[in-house]
Design a protein around this ligand. Structure first.
Ligand code: ATP
Length: 199
């Protein structure tokens, strides 16, 4: 799996549609301080479903939409698309190329698309689970993250290894199943109470 392209429009400092292509090998993004280098990695995190404004270095989610300059009006929405090469099938979907899009309006609502088909955030999360790419995946290492990993609690650090080992998917499914089981048990208790009342 290889990240081929990032398309950004209306996200932070990227008012105009900007396309960044990542060829095979190493790509470096260089530029003066404050020119928007970190905004590119923020855009990648955001499209993968990041919900924490702190992680995205803002104070509210609206901060990620281009807020205007002395010469340009603010924009009404932000849209980011990232495209992966999936010829080796490491993303569990029947496409050799996978494009994920997130669009957000000032009202705060986000829309997600996988290969232009509307989907839920949950679908995006599940698609990338255990690939290392998700918003919490180990493939995006931001400034200070190494220190954070080293100083974090062992239980939190374990999560990184679990993602690399490919078991997060199963753990999440187990948690979902346990939640359903709890709900069903609660319903059963209710039904028993009702039967008791009626008899
Ligand atoms: P450094 O090298 O200092 O880390 P950088 O190149 O990584 O800098 P970023 O932090 O990515 O720069 O970008 C910061 C710039 O993005 C600032 O100029 C800021 O004004 C601009 N910016 C952030 N959010 C918005 C927004 N919503 N609308 C317009 N511009 C924004």
């Amino acid at each position: 799996m290889h990240l081929k392209k990032v398309e950004i429009q209306g996200f932070k400092s990227f008012a105009d549609k900007t396309e960044i292509e990542f060829k095979e090998g190493i790509t470096a993004i260089v530029g003066p301080n404050g020119s928007g280098k970190s905004n590119v990695s923020d855009a990648i995190r955001w499209v993968l479903g990041e919900q924490s404004v702190k992680t995205l270095r803002g104070s509210k989610m609206e901060d990620i939409i281009f807020s205007g300059t002395s010469k340009r009006k603010p924009l009404g929405y932000s849209e980011v698309t990232i495209t992966f090469d999936n010829k080796n099938g490491s993303i569990p979907i029947d496409y050799t190329e996978v494009a994920v899009t997130r669009r957000m309006f000032r009202s705060g609502e986000s829309e997600y698309y996988i290969n232009k088909n509307s989907c839920r955030l949950k679908d995006v999360r599940e698609l990338f689970m255990d690939t290392g790419v998700g918003k919490d995946g180990y493939s995006i290492i931001g400034q200070g993250r190494i220190d954070e990993i080293l100083s974090t609690r062992p239980e939190d650090r374990r999560h990184i290894f679990e993602e690399a080992a490919g078991i997060v998917k199963y753990k999440t499914r187990k948690e979902e199943a346990e939640r359903k089981l709890d709900k069903t048990e609660a319903n059963l208790v209710r039904i028993k109470d009702l039967i008791h009342e009626l008899s």
